[in-house]
Design a protein around this ligand. Structure first.
Ligand code: NZQ
Ligand code: ZN
Length: 391
């Protein structure tokens, strides 16, 4: 295990009706003038936005509203939000929605206290300070409710890039699993896929002797394998949704990632797909991960064989561990397809002729130097081969 420091001070408020406590938590964390940020309308239709507004009013907290965050959130609305916060003297950003809304909120929170262009943060500049952010989560997926990360797409060039800092980690996150019952099955499945991706990206490590985090990850993957089909069969299964929601948070607040190197090649390769095709991030990962894992398998076949036996119930073939490793990848692929996820680039809305462009933006776009690096380092040729494996 490698040295680490782990600082994850988000207050999680979990359970039915907890959204009614949003106002009290904003107050507890010092908010007096709030920007409520939300997406394309699901929180309006469900009545959630009204309940959150009421809870702020009950505490005598004033607010401004900014809706319209799109999945794969764009820079345009972030600039608008920053301007609004500065003009109105906002001191707290409350995200009501999914990962896209939360990420847009984090970008606004950081950009409001910064004199330069907020995009600097998505090109590597460290975020020193930000307005406090709180969240009311409506989909178990990205883990942004507990992470210090934000992913935004810059419209000029359609660069989808991430920024990370403890300064944007939410002060509190309200997690009511019942709020996720209105999700379309496809979004529920995309969320499950993303959660499993966050676990796999940490599992694929070059660090030795990381038994605690390996076992945490395996337990969470097994939970997703148990709960995923249950929630697809019955969208109103509160207990299944509760387990998935909490798994989504601990999969990505990095408690499973400490003391070990991590991968993130699948995420980087996928981000180009959701940037170009505007597909759900989780759906893009369902197509990306089997290809990336197969391509990277020989780097450490025993790691893939380990997850295959411990999580997917594969029989260990000691003479040919690569057979076990591959069986685990195939079991994962089949599981994702059984949840309703796409199996190839075409089903995702992608096209073979776009591959050179995907590779170019992935390896060279917005200041990249020709490679991406994780479990293994991948250059343009590797990335092109991986995209072709998705056909
Ligand atoms: O916009 P509305 O109308 O709210 O609809 C959303 C959206 O269309 C809908 N939805 C959300 N909750 C709902 C609901 N519909 C009905 N009932 C509900 N309860 O679902 C759609 C997808 O929402 P989105 O917020 O985009 O989903 P998700 O949470 O999967 O977020 C995806 C974004 O997060 C980024 C992804 O790249 C992507 O841009 N990620 C952020 C990370 C982070 N900050 O730590 C890490 C992740 O790896 C990921 O990259
Ligand atoms: Zn993800």
């Amino acid at each position: 295990m490698e040295n680490f420091s782990f600082y994850s001070p988000t207050c999680f408020v979990f359970g039915r009706d907890t959204e009614n406590e949003a106002g009290a938590y904003v107050k507890r964390f010092g908010g007096s003038k709030v920007l409520i940020h939300y997406g394309g309308g699901s929180v309006v239709r469900s009545g959630l936005l009204d309940r959150v507004k009421e809870s702020l009013e009950k505490e005598g907290i004033s607010y401004s509203l900014l809706g319209g965050v799109k999945p794969n959130p764009r820079s345009g609305l972030v600039y608008e939000g920053i301007e609004l916060c500065k003009k109105e003297g906002i001191d707290f950003v409350l995200a009501v929605g999914g990962g896209s809304v939360i990420d847009s909120s984090k970008a606004i929170a950081a950009g409001t206290l910064y004199d330069g262009d907020f995009w600097d943060f998505y090109q590597g500049k460290h975020i020193e300070k930000a307005l406090p952010v709180g969240t009311v989560l409506t989909i178990a997926a990205a883990g942004s409710e507990g992470s210090g990360d934000s992913v935004i797409t810059k419209e000029e060039g359609m660069y989808k890039r991430g920024a990370g800092s403890d300064a944007i980690r939410p002060k509190f996150s309200i997690l009511n699993p019942a709020l996720t019952e209105t999700l379309p099955a496809y979004q529920t499945a995309a969320g499950i896929t993303d959660i499993m991706a966050h676990l796999y990206e940490r599992y694929l490590t070059n660090s030795a002797e990381v038994e605690v985090t390996d076992r945490l990850i395996e337990g969470l993957l097994l939970t997703m394998i148990h709960e995923g089909p249950r929630v697809i069969a019955d969208p109103h299964n509160y207990e299944a949704r509760a387990n998935i929601m909490w798994a989504g948070t601990v999969a990505h607040n990095n408690i499973c990632g400490v003391g070990r190197s991590q991968d993130w090649n699948s995420h980087n390769i996928e981000h180009e797909l959701s940037a170009l095709y505007d597909c759900a991030h989780g759906a893009g990962l369902a197509v990306t991960m089997p290809a990336v894992f197969t391509y990277q398998m020989n780097h450490n076949v025993m790691r893939f064989a380990q997850v295959a036996t411990r999580v997917w119930g594969c029989q260990m073939d000691f003479a040919h561990p690569e057979i076990t490793a591959k069986a685990g990848i195939e079991a994962f692929r089949s599981f994702l397809i059984s949840l309703g996820m796409p199996k190839n680039l075409e089903e995702l809305g992608g096209k073979e002729e776009d591959i050179p462009k995907l590779v170019e933006v992935l390896c060279h776009g917005d200041g990249r130097k020709g490679t991406i690096s994780g479990f293994v380092t991948l250059d343009e040729t590797d990335c092109e081969k991986i995209y072709r494996m998705m056909l």
